[in-house]
Write a protein that binds this ligand. Sequence first.
Ligand code: ATP
Ligand code: MG
Length: 538
Amino acid sequence: MLSVSNLSVQFGKRILFDEVNTTFNNGNCYGIIGANGAGKSTFLKIIAGKQEPTSGHVSLEAGKRMSVLEQDHNKHDEDTVLDTVLKGNKELYRIKSEIDALYADYTDENAEKIGELQVKFEEMNGWNAESDAAAMLSNLGIKEDVHYTLMKDLDGKQKVRVLLAQALFGNPDVLIMDEPTNDLDYETITWLENFLANYDNCVIVVSHDRHFLDSVCTHISDIDFGKINHFSGNYTFWYESSQLAARQHAQQNKKAEEKKKELEEFIRRFSANVAKSKQATSRKKMIDKLNIEDIKRSSRRYPAIIFERDREAGDQILNVEGLAASIEGETLFKNIDLNLNKGDKVVVFSRDSRATTAFYQIINNKEQADAGKFAWGVTTTQSYLPLDNSEFFKNDLTLVDWLRQWATTEEEREEVFIRGFLGKMIFSGEEALKKSNVLSGGEKVRCMLSRMMMVRANVLMLDEPTNHLDLESITAFNNSLKNFKGTVLFSTHDHEFAQTVANRVVELTPNGIIDRYTTFDEYMQDSKIKDLRDKMYQ
Ligand SMILES: Nc1ncnc2c1ncn2[C@@H]1O[C@H](COP(=O)(O)OP(=O)(O)OP(=O)(O)O)[C@@H](O)[C@H]1O
Ligand SMILES: [Mg+2]
């Protein structure tokens, strides 16, 4: 279906891909995994023809169509919702526009051309395009009354859903997506998981989300050591078998007999645990040819995330009274009263993720509240990881100069001092001199974390901190927050993160706050709270 030959990519001395040869076949869903900065997004851009490799080439089987999920949410701002979806099938859209233009300037000569184009249009099932697009949108919860609205007038959540419909429109033979779950709400993620699990064509998707990878992938494609290796099976299977491989490599002198037994036991355990039918067949294939020697140890490294505080805060942390926010007349939250205590680790959430983002923006003086007030304790110092970090990466400073922007003393301005913080986040040697505007998504977040570590605040605020991060970084981050002695306010769609860090749960609703000292799981399972939640959103 799609084949990659002798592909190499190099930036300066850094070799991302070294003579990669591989194919992606119809009917499979490939989950591309790899550390932050391994080259996943670069690889997708190359196969989509948006970036040139240093050498080598990519070829798509003749007559097949590829579609890419758009990452720039504002690209179609001037198009209507329905047109945005139709544009997902470029060729069809081009023919339709040409026919429309010829009709507008109707002559005998044009009539003939129109006839020819209409034949093509019909072959491509063009007459049903609009109704197909409309049905797709409705499936994704985009109601008919907005199908002719301009994209710029939709909220962020709706925009992502329309772009998803655009990518899926007309059943592309190869569907490409880079971290699609990052900007999606829980319900849409579930919808997408089900859609992809039943999708018969080739899907190539980059994700750091274990749950998502497990639900949709028939293959895992690991980018490591400048190569891409496919493994049949889902993420958990890849993860478990790579752990087993590492263990077996480490126990060199263990008897061949014992190793074989361990391997067989492992296969038995996994073949019993069959989930979806699509995975079941591919799993069977995988088990037939599982060869532990094929699985290499990984080169992934754990960053050292350690948050220290310049000083301990007093008892007054944050006091919020009657806070309210809305977007274009729609109430996000109101009547929010909150008093933070020292050492609280609060998971802040809402059914509408725009509410939590607005809350952080307000208490960090980036946006105005509709009503109410807040006051930080005089001994507190704050450090904020915003959801959107793009404004931090607009210039082309080297990472050392980038981080120096937040130095406050002579010592902190020293290169060795700054390199210490970058090194903890695994930017060492030449990597620390790379320009801040070429960074991958996860590398940007790692820089933001270096910045937070250097600021040494006693209150941390984190809006979706695990977005973009690889699993090694998420684990390190998770542990660092468990150990942090200060106060933390955070919002995350990562269940594990919420459950293991928080001792308090705060929910922002259009009718006020729900505030409990409890764990996330207990909060979610409590039936009284559940009833209350349902009422609060009415
Ligand atoms: N023009 C460039 N010059 C130098 N280095 C670059 C350039 N463009 C990209 N890079 C580097 O190439 C590497 C791969 O980037 P890419 O965005 O493909 O990573 P990724 O695997 O998608 O990471 P993430 O999981 O964080 O999204 C990164 O280390 C990035 O900094
Ligand atoms: Mg990427």
